[in-house]
Design a protein around this ligand. Structure first.
Ligand code: BES
Ligand code: ZN
Ligand code: ZN
Length: 476
């Protein structure tokens, strides 16, 4: 999709559809006469051959109350407009933004919304439907900040769609080594360094916790390491951000096997890793002042004859021994070694993202990401980034009391707690491997996949986290 900028007045824009915002307090002229549009959030109306406009259609979309309208609302409105017009085979779309919404923040959000709205998870359909893809999306504004907003919006929208494309791939087409190849291709295109640690190298290093998970699969594991280095290393004041993402390309549960119903969705169990690959693409283009290293432990959790068994004891890279009481709690096992390795590589701050627990879905549903942290300063930064980028996140507790659940008679710690507070005990397990490094953990099990289509987004992978991680690095 081509992204353009027009500085002319909205009425003078020649396009197939001109999108205008309406509000409860202010409904734009050509729509007001119809009396069928109130301006409430995401309400839409289409007017053909609007009087006084060169556009073939005027598409009004509601923004709700003017005083409460945010860039997050604009992102959704732009996505909703693109999807509604795409369904009508409209391929050239323009969005008129009043001066009040011409800041880089609002323009970026509009561009992101359009790029995200245009995404369809139909790569493997040989019949894509009869509607052509949207060819162009043009921002119409007199604002001086529009160029910067368009550039940033395009970077973030495309990065998030890269993540969605990766998450959408089925596990047969994207095993760990293929995911690594995709990360390498992205890194090459963006001028980033990428190194893939194979099974032998991980054995040498002593990553027994990660390798144990990989045992049951014929697909070899990979630890993907992508590095961004700023032009001036001194400008970062010693900070080095590590982005760790769970890359389980398929989660059968292993010997502690999952029920058949819904298991196909477990191809999304690498959404945390894919979010870090997308974020690194954006970071390469935004060029923050701090070094950023992404680490993606990629494995397939299968139940082959070499699979690890409940009761197995593995030695992690940190030296801690772990009793594997449930092979389906594999995410934390691979993240543990990746986090230890991140600290060895010099990361001073860690952020991890993982489709880690069903329990977070019970706690927060499909709305908020669950956020756990051992450091208030990093937590504050992360939540500010999420707010700025319109990604909903909720701070969850991580009191020491939860650690009582992590006792093993036979090893240093078990990989599961009791039935209760499952998302917290999973985070508490990870905390043991962050040690004294400031760390934030995002459980994205409820938010990385949309079971139903939304007005502004297709069903399937959401790409959650990408914008927040890129913003965090860019605004460090
Ligand atoms: N990938 C799953 C988390 C998950 C489960 C995401 C259901 C979405 C829906 C993870 O590896 C897992 O299986 N976790 C277990 C942990 C349990 C065995 C302690 C879970 O949440 O059931
Ligand atoms: Zn699992
Ligand atoms: Zn999993």
């Amino acid at each position: 999709m081509e992204i353009g900028l027009e500085r002319a007045a909205a009425a003078a824009i020649e396009t197939e559809a001109l999108v205008v915002l309406g509000f409860l307090e202010h409904v734009p002229e050509p729509v007001r006469d119809l009396g069928e549009f109130s301006g409430k959030a995401l309400e839409t109306t289409l007017v053909h051959r609007p009087a006084g406009f060169l556009a073939k259609r005027l598409f009004a979309i509601g923004g709700g109350r003017l005083s409460e309208f945010t860039s997050a609302d604009l992102r959704k409105a732009a996505g909703t407009a693109v999807r509604a017009l795409k369904a009508k085979a409209v391929t050239r779309i323009a969005l008129s933004l009043d001066p009040g919404y011409g800041s880089a923040e609002f323009v970026a959000a509009a561009v992101e919304g359009a790029i995200l709205g245009a995404f369809e998870p139909d790569l493997h359909k040989t019949q894509k439907g009869d509607k052509p893809p949207v060819a162009s999306f043009t921002i119409v504004t007199a604002s001086e900040d529009a160029e910067a907003g368009i550039a940033r919006g395009r970077i973030l929208g495309e990065a998030q769609n890269l993540t969605r494309t990766l998450v959408n791939e089925p596990a047969n087409l994207l095993p760990p080594m293929a995911l690594a190849a995709r990360a390498e291709a992205m890194a090459r295109a963006q001028g980033l360094e990428c190194e893939v640690l194979d099974q032998d190298r991980m054995k040498q290093l002593g990553m027994g916790s990660l390798l144990g998970v990989a045992m049951g699969s014929a697909e070899p594991p990979a630890l993907i390491v992508i590095r961004y280095r700023p032009a001036d290393p001194a400008a970062s004041n010693g900070a080095h951000l590590g982005l760790v993402g769970k890359g389980v390309t398929f989660d059968t549960g292993g010997v502690s096997i999952k029920p058949a119903e819904g298991m196909e969705k477990m191809k999304y169990d690498m959404a945390g890793g894919a979010a870090m690959i997308g974020a690194m693409q954006a970071i390469a283009q935004l060029k923050p002042s701090i070094p950023v290293t992404a680490l993606i432990p990629a494995v397939e959790n299968m139940c082959g004859s070499r699979a690890q068994r409940p009761g197995d004891i593995v030695t992690s890279l940190s030296g801690k021994t772990i009793e594997v009481l449930n092979t389906d709690a594999e995410g934390r096992l691979i993240l543990a070694d990746a986090m230890t390795y991140a600290r060895r590589l010099g990361c001073t701050h860690l952020v991890d993202a993982a489709t880690l627990t069903g329990a977070i879905v019970v706690a927060l549903g499909h709305v908020n990401v669950g956020v756990f942290a051992n450091d208030d300063a990093l937590l504050t930064k992360l939540l500010a980034a999420a707010k700025a980028e319109g990604e909903k996140m909720w701070h969850m507790p991580l009191d020491e009391e939860y650690k009582d659940q992590l006792k093993s008679a036979f090893a240093d710690l078990p990989n599961i707690g009791t039935r209760w507070g499952g998302a917290v005990t999973a985070a508490m397990f990870l905390k043991q491997f962050a040690d004294d490094t400031p760390w934030v953990h995002l459980d994205i099990a409820g938010t990385a996949w949309l079971d139903e289509e939304k007005p502004h987004l297709a069903k399937g992978p959401s790409g959650v986290g990408v914008r927040t991680f890129a913003y965090l690095a860019a605004n460090w």
